[in-house]
Every structure is written in structure tokens, then in C-alpha cells.
Write a protein that binds this ligand. Structure first.
Ligand code: 13P
Length: 350
């Protein structure tokens, strides 16, 4: 790749993990946002989705101080605020970078019961060039890896699922870089199920090793990429839950074994952790290891940045301010965790 092009990608990737900042995942598909709105008994319409996202992007401090970039969904990147300003402009005016989810979802993987392959490579080159015109400077593709029984006497994940998802992620990443867009590569090992933390460690290590092999084969320049992984945690239904210190130690050890030093940053998904849990675990990692790692460790949370804000809003115009205050608080807490400077005391002081 031409050096200037790589430098441009590298500048964006570094900005995405600037000190005290991380990413807001607001790229819920129409199906997922409907589920979120159902939880607050709000009808999901084009307008209600716009109003909700507009309130986040107009927050007072979250966007300016703690959100380096926002992952958008196809509908949102084209939407305008109530006053006609494109939502991407609101994001840029806050000093944050618009990004776009480009995968078309995880679909059944032939021959592998219970497992999925993420689709969306067909036509991706053309879609990326349109998204660049619409303001996107980074993109996201999520692969899903499940741990457990496949219901037919086999274990998940299969080699097929790990390998084919890594290959698709690599082809996506190469197309992004060709379009001057930083790829966030997201291989999510799910925390559903009852497996223990060491199983999560082993599977994640395998998945990441396969991923970096495929990124190499696809000629992806790692300086112009961001990794979005799960933390190393026990399954939600596991009898033994782990301390933040153990999660931090195992997560960092797993990445040291698999993620090349050229990668500028690792941004975690929250994957079903509560808001405070996701903050606490990120804080534990940065508190113990910041300064001795080659990559920044930050957040790219969806639910863990939005749950309180969504509830505070509950679809009512008079609650917009309260929702923004909740979002500002959560973003600030995660900004502190990105520096290893969060505590229960600052959490409660607000
Ligand atoms: P959660 O943080 O809610 O897991 O969402 C992040 C995301 O973008 C998953 O693809």
C-alpha cells in the first residue's frame, strides 16, 4: 500500500483510541433497536430512532470528551436531525468520527449446526465507496463464534466456523483499506453458556490467531486496523464468576499471545456485561497493564454505554436532558477506565 494512504489510515485508527476516548456502538440494526425500544415500550419508527440517536450525538460532554467515533447503521448515516442537519455533521461538529457497520449479519453456516458465517462481501467495494462519500472513515464487521454443544453431538466452535469467519473478516478489512476506511475487525466469542474462563481464553486465542493469519494472507496493513474483541470472561451461566483482576490478567495474556504490536488499539465490545461491569473490567486492565502494552485498550460499547440513557429517555421529549446526563456520565466513567483511573467512588459521586 502507498505510504501516504497507510499514514492516513493510521492517523484515523490512532484517533479512535486517543487517551480517555473510545467508541460508541450505535449501529443496532432495525431488528435490534426494536428490541431495545420494546424494553422501554417505545415504538420503533424512523423518527423515534432518529430522535434517540440525535439526543446522544447532541450530548454535552460525552461526544466531545470521550467518544472518538460512532458506529452507525445504514439508515442512520443517511438521516438528518430534526433541524435538517445531517447526523454525521453533528458527530463531526463534536470532534468525533462517523463510522459504519457494513456486515449483513450472521447467517447459518452450511454443514455446521448452530454456527454462523457473517455475510455482506458481495457489493461491499461499491458500498464502501458510497459510505466514504457519506462521511464514514471507519467500518465494522462482526463475526460470531459460539462456545458449547452444537446439539448434534459436536462441539462449537468448529474449525470451519473459525476459519471461514476469519477469512471473511480479512477480505472485508482489505476492501476497507482499499477504500481509505479503517476496518474494525470484530470476532466476538459469545459469553452465553456455562463454559469457564479458561475455555473462553483458549477459544479466543484460537480465533485471534486464525484472524491475524488471514489478515496477513489478505495483505491487510495492521497499523490501519482496530481490533474489537470480547474480554476473556466465564460464560454468563458458569458457576464460577471471575474477579476483574483475573479477567484483566487473562485478557491481556491472551492478546499478548496473539495480537501483533502494530495494531494501534483494541476496543472491547460489552457483549451483555452490565454498564458498571464493563467499566470495571476495562479499568482493571488499564490500571494493571497500561504503559507496558503495545496497543491502547479502550471501549466500543453498545449496551454498556446506552442502557441508562435509553431508560432515562423512555421515548419522551421532556426526558432528553436526563438521558443526555446519563450518557455523559457513562461515557465519562469509561473514559476514566480507559486510563485506569475509574473507581467506585467516582462512579457514585455523580
Ligand atoms: P455491545 O457492547 O452491546 O455488545 O455492542 C457492541 C457491538 O457493536 C457489537 O457488535
Amino acid at each position: 500500500m502507498n505510504e501516504n494512504r497507510l499514514e492516513e489510515l493510521h492517523v484515523v485508527a490512532r484517533a479512535m483510541v486517543a487517551p480517555g476516548k473510545g467508541i460508541l456502538a450505535a449501529d443496532e440494526s432495525s431488528g435490534t433497536i426494536k428490541k431495545r425500544f420494546d424494553s422501554i415500550a417505545v415504538e420503533s419508527t424512523e423518527e423515534s430512532r432518529r430522535d434517540y440517536r440525535e439526543l446522544l450525538f447532541r450530548s454535552e460532554t460525552a461526544m466531545r470528551e470521550h467518544v472518538s467515533g460512532v458506529i452507525l447503521y445504514d439508515e442512520t448515516i443517511r438521516q438528518k436531525a430534526a433541524d435538517g442537519t445531517p447526523l454525521t455533521t453533528l458527530i463531526e461538529q463534536a470532534g468525533s468520527i462517523p463510522g459504519i457497520k457494513v456486515d449483513k449479519g450472521a447467517k447459518p453456516l452450511p454443514g455446521c449446526p448452530g454456527e454462523t458465517i457473517t455475510e455482506g462481501l458481495d457489493g461491499l467495494r461499491e458500498r464502501l465507496s458510497e459510505y466514504y462519500e457519506l462521511g464514514a472513515r471507519f467500518a465494522k464487521w462482526r463475526a460470531v463464534i459460539d462456545i458449547g454443544d452444537n446439539g448434534q453431538g459436536g462441539r462449537m466452535p468448529s474449525h470451519t466456523a473459525v476459519h471461514q469467519n476469519a477469512q471473511a473478516l480479512a477480505r472485508y478489512a482489505a476492501l476497507c483499506q482499499e477504500a481509505n476506511i479503517v476496518p474494525i475487525v470484530e470476532p466476538e466469542v459469545l459469553m452465553d453458556g456455562g463454559h469457564d474462563i479458561d475455555t473462553c481464553y483458549e477459544v479466543t486465542k484460537w480465533v485471534l490467531s486464525e484472524l491475524y493469519q488471514e489478515l496477513y494472507y489478505a495483505r491487510v496493513e495492521l497499523e490501519g486496523t482496530i481490533l474489537k474483541p470480547n474480554m476473556i470472561v466465564p460464560g454468563k451461566k458458569a458457576a464460577d464468576q471471575s474477579s476483574p483482576e483475573e479477567i484483566a490478567e487473562k485478557t491481556v495474556r491472551c492478546f499478548r499471545n496473539t495480537v501483533p504490536a502494530a495494531v494501534p488499539g483494541i476496543v472491547f465490545l460489552s457483549g451483555g456485561q452490565s454498564e458498571v461491569e464493563a467499566t470495571r473490567n476495562l479499568d482493571a486492565m488499564n490500571r494493571a497493564y497500561r504503559g507496558e502494552l503495545p496497543w491502547a485498550l479502550s471501549f466500543s460499547y453498545g449496551r454498556a454505554l446506552q442502557t441508562s440513557a435509553l431508560k432515562a429517555w423512555s421515548g419522551k421529549a421532556e426526558n432528553v436532558r436526563a438521558a443526555q446526563i446519563a450518557f455523559d456520565h457513562r461515557a465519562k466513567m469509561n473514559g476514566l477506565a480507559q486510563q485506569g483511573a475509574w473507581s467506585d467512588a467516582v462512579e457514585e459521586a455523580a
